[in-house]
Design a protein around this ligand. Sequence first.
Ligand code: SF4
Length: 215
Amino acid sequence: MFKTDQKNDIIAENDIWEVEYPVMEHFYTIQGEGAHTGRSSYFIRTAGCDVNCWWCDVKDSWEEEGHPKLTVRELVDAAKQSKAPFVVITGGEPLLHDLLPLTLGLKSAGLQTHIETSGSSPLSGQLDWITLSPKRFKKPTEEVFAYVDELKVVVLTNKDLKWAEENAAKCPEGTRLLLQPEWETPKSVDLIVDYVKENPEWGISLQTHKFLKVP
Ligand code: SF4
């Protein structure tokens, strides 16, 4: 688990519960992709992203402006009302925000904290599961690699397979290694299937929520 160096007692004094985050959406659903596929989970999609992937399927999350600001209290209360055992903090790029107050709040409510990040901004928070989805448009910090639980690389072309190998070489032993076809690039499926057959330490992540039409 990644624990930030920040002192919890300092944060507690400042009352984590009223700290606000710009949030595009938050909802109870099924994790559709990656190592925890098929598990019920609560999603918090923060607003703001500076990575600019051209194929991004959540471009509405890029700007913070126009999205409501919600407090830790509001977000934790909503997540607690679901039966989700863990909360996925995603974006946007969630690490544009200091995640310590939010993750402390979630953990105090007995919820596990997962994050899906490009890793391009400094790590923060108390995180039980880190999914690194590195983007060539804005590379991950070197610091993040020591804490990665799952490496999930979106693949469009052969260049992405090379990018996946470069990133995997920096991850701890035992990291789940997953390649995910870009949804609008069906030819990437053949690339990935051939690659995984040749390199069985890798697996395939599919965006099952899109097949199943689960929001
Ligand atoms: S990092 Fe994620 S949210 Fe940001 S542009 Fe890329 S795919 Fe979209």
